[in-house]
Design a protein around this ligand. Structure first.
Ligand code: NAD
Ligand code: DAU
Length: 333
């Protein structure tokens, strides 16, 4: 199979490309990535010989048309992905997540190419502690500019599938963790703070719940859906990993032999979603997918070790990322 992977220099995309090169020698991979602040060529260093890398924008209609004309399928990861950034400046989120997806959809429509759209559980908004987990039929109710643009992009895909017959599938996954995640995100931010001897920073009271899944399990589900998913269908991806933020910080503190209260509460996020939870029954029952990382603590310890071993990968972005948090008004409570 000839595959175009957008956003392949980002966290999930790079893990997807590395896994694909390692496990599927019959697949040729072209990566299209704009190398924004979130993209990192170094994440693909060990597979650089085995892929084609194109530095470009998914909103560039001519470039996308040319690349799509030469492949059998597109897996679309590229996005502006960080909620806090979308609160500071929503515009890049509209441009990349909406216009960029439009550009890809027009190309796969023209060239009749199979398309898989990678999306997020955040399109469903949040849950109270009592509500059942999200399913494929939960109503869309996004909270942030990021999740609103992802919801908009999902709607474009559904429309192009129904009205133009695009052979598309969608997946909406919960919070990923693992290697190569940017230090702006919760888990890598706290791990790299702890490596530097800095106290972890918890937004508000820290009672918000996220449903953690290892990035490798997410990507195996994407392959299952690409190969065997029903066209036009949405699959939810999650690994029953619900945990509140304070408990995650305490697991990290324990791994660094630090006191369980050795963290700071800082300014809460505007519109902060309280709880996400995924019911992945459809994926499990129809496609037989199961997560390999069933124990979050074990996966977290491996992730800590990865950041310890790969300081040269994250160090150049750390100070700048922390400066951006200060500039955004983050303060200790
Ligand atoms: P990321 O921010 O780490 O990576 C995004 C990549 O897209 C970067 O390499 C960046 O350079 C590239 N990119 C951004 N704008 C581009 C453009 N206009 N043209 C080409 N490339 C561009 O993101 P991630 O965490 O790896 O997320 C990947 C996808 O998975 C996103 O669609 C996101 O919504 C979705 N998702 C993420 C999570 C999560 O927990 N991280 C969970 C569910 C779904
Ligand atoms: O649910 C899937 C989504 O997960 C993806 O669509 C997004 O692309 C991805 O960024 C992630 O969104 P979150 O907003 O949940 O992830 P983030 O890592 O930013 O924050 C996780 C939780 O931790 C959230 O409740 C906010 C909190 N937090 C975050 C940071 C950076 C803190 O308490 N302290 C922090 O320093």
């Amino acid at each position: 199979m000839r595959l175009l992977v957008t956003g392949g220099a980002g966290f999930i995309g790079a893990n997807f490309v590395r896994q694909t090169v390692a496990e599927r020698p019959d697949t040729t991979v072209t990566v299209l990535d704009a190398l924004t602040y979130a993209g990192n060529r170094a994440s693909l260093d060990s597979v650089a010989e085995g892929i084609d890398f194109v530095h470009g924008d998914i909103a560039d209609l001519d470039l996308v048309d040319e690349l799509v004309s030469g492949v059998d399928a597109v897996v679309h990861f590229a996005a502006e992905s960080h909620n806090d950034n979308s609160l500071a400046d929503p515009w890049p989120f509209l441009q990349t997540n909406i216009i960029g997806t439009y550009s890809l959809l027009q190309a796969v429509r023209r060239h009749e190419v199979r398309y898989h759209h990678v999306s997020t559980d955040e399109v469903y908004g949040d849950l109270t502690p009592e509500e059942p987990a999200f399913t494929e039929s939960t109503a869309y109710n996004p909270s942030s500019p990021y999740s609103a643009t992802k919801a908009g992009s999902d709607m474009l895909v559904r429309a192009w599938a129904r009205s133009f017959g695009v052979r598309a599938t969608l997946s909406n996954c919960s919070n990923n963790y693992g290697p190569y995640q940017h230090v702006e995100k919760f888990i890598p931010r706290q791990i790299t703070n702890l490596i530097d001897g800095v106290r972890p920073r918890l937004y508000g009271a820290g009672h918000q719940v996220r449903d953690w899944i290892h990035v490798a399990d997410h990507n195996r589900a994407v392959w299952d859906i690409l190969e065997r998913g029903r066209l036009g269908r949405t699959y939810l991806i999650g690994a029953n990993g619900e945990l509140d933020n304070k408990s995650v910080v305490r697991l990290l503190l324990a791994a660094f032999d630090r006191d369980p209260d050795d963290f700071d509460h800082v300014t809460d996020r505007r519109g902060h979603d309280q709880r996400y939870a995924i019911d992945a029954s459809l994926l499990r029952e129809e496609l037989g997918w199961t997560p390999r990382y069933s124990d979050f603590r074990t996966g977290l310890l491996a992730t800590i070790q990865w950041y310890r071993d790969n300081e040269s990968w994250w160090r150049p972005r750390k100070a700048e990322t922390e400066r951006a948090y200060v500039a955004s008004g983050e303060q200790t409570l």
